[in-house]
Design a protein around this ligand. Structure first.
Ligand SMILES: [Zn+2]
Ligand SMILES: [Zn+2]
Length: 247
């Protein structure tokens, strides 16, 4: 599988990075993990074809993680003229939140005939969902966003990759990260401990217990980006927009 970082920024445009979205291509399918507002722009920059996307897995209902869905919709309707359904997996209430957002930015976009269907599937705590050979297990974390937020653990092509989404420290992250070939963790702060975001010092204090082969830091704030020189390069990979990893 190939992971491409479309965007690894925070909600505030830190470092000029695009909002969160990761592209995963396996031998048989392509999916997105999160779809921040700038996702379609990032896909165009990288030559990633939205028509190939089979599913979108949304970690939580903040704009920098799901706000790009209306642009996937208008691209699918008016440019690609997509006919097959696009599956969107996300927290409880995602369809209503999406419709409110899409109708605010493009009135009537969700009410017409349409060329295709967005099909929404809601997560259930630690209940795996499966599509095109990819199994995804959601673990509830802590990040108030109007609906339960999740870390997502993916099993695909014999590899295990997980993403924390946005969250303060919760012990469920041990279950999320255990045995990962790649653990993608938000790292919003360097040493400021917040209830709703992770910081480098907390991640590093738990590094051995996480038990992941590789750890990739993402979703850095300006404050974290300024401290990048202090990151232990023997332990961590640091995400940048356009980065690819083959597993
Ligand atoms: Zn975020
Ligand atoms: Zn968030």
């Amino acid at each position: 599988m190939r992971l491409t970082i479309i965007g690894c920024g925070d909600a505030f445009g830190a470092g000029g990075r695009l909002q969160t979205s990761f592209h995963v291509r396996t031998g048989s399918s392509s999916v997105l993990i999160d779809c921040g507002t700038s996702t379609l722009i990032g896909m165009r920059r990288l030559g990633l074809d939205p028509a190939e996307i089979d599913a979108v897995f949304v970690s939580h209902l903040h704009g920098d993680h799901f706000g790009g869905l209306p642009w996937l919709l208008i691209d699918a309707e008016f440019v690609i003229k997509r006919t097959r359904p696009l599956l969107v997996f996300g927290p409880r209430g995602i369809e209503a939140r999406f419709r409110t957002l899409a109708e605010a930015v493009y009135p009537a976009v969700t009410t017409g005939e349409g060329t295709f269907q967005f099909t929404f599937v809601e997560y259930e705590e630690r209940a795996p969902v499966e599509i095109a050979g990819i199994s995804v297990t959601p673990f509830e974390v802590h990040h108030p966003s109007g609906a339960p937020p999740y870390a997502l653990r993916f099993a695909l092509e014999g590899k295990v990759v997980a993403f924390t989404g946005d969250t303060g420290w919760v012990d469920a992250l041990y279950d999320v990260a255990r045995g990962n070939d790649l653990f993608i963790t938000e790292c919003f702060q360097y040493d400021v401990v917040m209830p709703i975001h992770l910081d480098y010092q907390t991640i590093d204090a738990n590094y051995a217990k996480l038990g992941a082969k590789r750890v990739l830091l993402t979703h850095m704030s300006e404050a974290m980006l300024e401290k990048m020189g202090l990151v232990d390069g023997s332990r961590y990979l640091i995400a940048h927009d356009g980065m690819t990893l083959d597993l």
